[in-house]
Design a protein around this ligand. Structure first.
Ligand code: GDP
Ligand code: IMO
Ligand code: MG
Length: 422
């Protein structure tokens, strides 16, 4: 059966680690949304790999890794990731496939991302990778796709048209000199040439895989509350991060999605701006950030940290039909005396048991907590669910109850072996 891994919080739940493990038993590993705003970490022995665009299954031989049509591709970033993997001894030619209709991130997207951010009253704290502006062009029907880079005449016309309008906007609105056509044209034609061997009709490839009963692992990027529709809008990314994004992002129908496993940290983190009701307001923030090494895998920014929010995760479970969850980074909580879990929010005397979309409420909500006892023991050496410390089990079973999903995986360290399958 095909499996999807989606993040149920604000990203960085540990999706990369789970993808790497499940990739062993999959034929295809498919990224379907987002771009190089993602940073997915895989730790193999002492070596840490961080993937931004290339699926996290690439370390396993003989797997087909697909960057499907829903992903926005920055060719410069992609080529440096390919180079990095080649320098680590990986052969990618036969394994990596990029959809011909992926939209391409251009330098004007990256610069506009930063310029717009600098002018906003309420900053989003984007990764500055040009993700939002690229998706904007896709929707406004002026985007440039991978296949366009392979056709010099089509690319010329599209780029000319884009620069005619964009250079005016850059000059008049942002006091930026704009972009030289010839320079961009030649640079991106060259990128097109260099990535052409990976570009193909991945929709057909994946449909064939489904027909042949091959097993597909869908790799979500970001997390549910960064979803453009269901997240803490406008503090979100510009794609559908929930399992619903898989169909449009790959060219497969809902029946092909199979099982959805939600990745969720045993606590909560968020990078960038926006509401975060359970965020620590005390020294715990630093303690968890240090122990969990909570620094962005893409931008290196310190991640904001807080307690597990069951209101949030339960909503995410519903949005992606994630009947199973992987609880990540349980070990980070090992030394805490008590562990809090948010079970509802309170605002102006009213209790909210469901996730509130009214910005005033979510931005000011006071969490109502259930308190669990800590276990004070090292969980990182445990390999069987039943062998976890008693209070750790109480915590996990308590979470299961609160979020209405079954815990099928518990992660107690960043390495492959530090994983408990239930
Ligand atoms: P992703 O974006 O969802 O793939 O997650 P990131 O890679 O951005 O962040 C997860 C971080 O936690 C990475 O540094 C992982 O190596 C690390 N990690 C994953 N699982 C565990 C775990 O169970 N325990 C600990 N201590 N670290 C983990
Ligand atoms: P992975 O896949 C955590 C956040 C940014 C910002 C917001 C919008 O590693 O979980 P964008 O550049 O996408 O327009 O920024 O989304 N963000 C992430 N936070 N993990 C990610 O990816 C993220 N990708 C984007 O910090 O708040
Ligand atoms: Mg990440």
């Amino acid at each position: 059966m095909n499996t999807a891994i989606v993040g149920l919080q604000w990203g960085d739940e540990g999706k990369g680690k789970i993808i790497d493990i499940l990739a062993q038993k999959s034929d295809y590993i498919v990224r379907y949304q987002g771009g190089n705003n993602a940073g997915h970490t895989v730790v193999v022995k002492d070596k840490e790999f961080i993937f931004h665009l290339i699926p996290s299954g690439i370390l396993h031989k003989g797997k087909t890794c697909v960057i499907a049509n829903g992903v926005v591709v920055d060719p410069e970033s992609l080529l440096s990731e390919i180079e990095y993997l080649k320098n680590n001894g990986l052969k990618l030619e036969a394994n990596l496939k990029i959809s011909q209709i992926c939209h391409i991130i251009m330098p004007y997207h990256r610069i506009l991302d930063k310029l717009r951010e600098s002018k906003r009253t309420y900053k989003i704290g984007t990764t500055g990778r040009g993700i939002g502006p690229c998706y904007v062009d896709k929707i406004s029907r002026c985007g440039i796709r991978a296949v366009d880079l392979l056709n010099p005449q089509v690319f010329k016309e599209k780029l000319e048209d884009n620069l005619k309008e964009k250079n005016e906007v850059f000059k008049k609105v942002y006091n930026h000199p704009g972009f030289d056509f010839k320079e961009l044209y030649l640079e991106y034609l060259d990128y097109g040439r260099r990535i052409s061997k990976y570009i193909s009709n991945t929709m057909l490839l994946l449909q064939e895989a489904v027909k042949k009963n091959k097993s597909i692992l869908f790799e979500g990027a970001q997390g549910t509350f960064l979803d453009i529709d269901f997240g803490t809008y406008p503090f979100v990314t510009s794609s559908n991060t929930t399992s619903g994004g898989i169909c449009n992002g790959t060219g497969l129908s809902p029946g092909a999605v199979g099982k959805v496993i939600g990745a969720v940290k045993a606590y909560t983190t968020r990078v960038g701006e926006g509401p975060f009701p359970t965020e620590f307001k005390d020294a715990l923030s630093n303690i968890i950030r240090e122990k969990g090494r909570e620094f962005g895998a893409t931008t290196g920014r310190p991640r904001r940290c807080g307690w597990f929010d069951a209101v949030l995760v339960k909503h995410a479970v519903g949005l992606s039909s994630a009947r199973q969850v992987a609880i990540m980074k349980l070990d980070v909580l090992d030394n805490l005396k008590e562990i809090l879990v948010c079970v509802s929010y309170k605002y102006k005397g009213k209790i909210f048991r469901e996730f509130p979309y009214d910005f005033e409420v979510i931005a000011n909500a006071e969490p109502v907590y259930k308190i669990f006892k800590g276990w004070g023991k090292d969980s990182s050496t445990v390999r069987k669910f039943g062998k976890l410390p008693k209070n750790a089990l109480n915590y996990l079973l308590g979470l299961e109850d609160l979020i209405s999903a079954k815990i099928s995986i518990v992660s107690v360290g960043s390495g492959r072996a530090e994983t408990i399958f239930r």
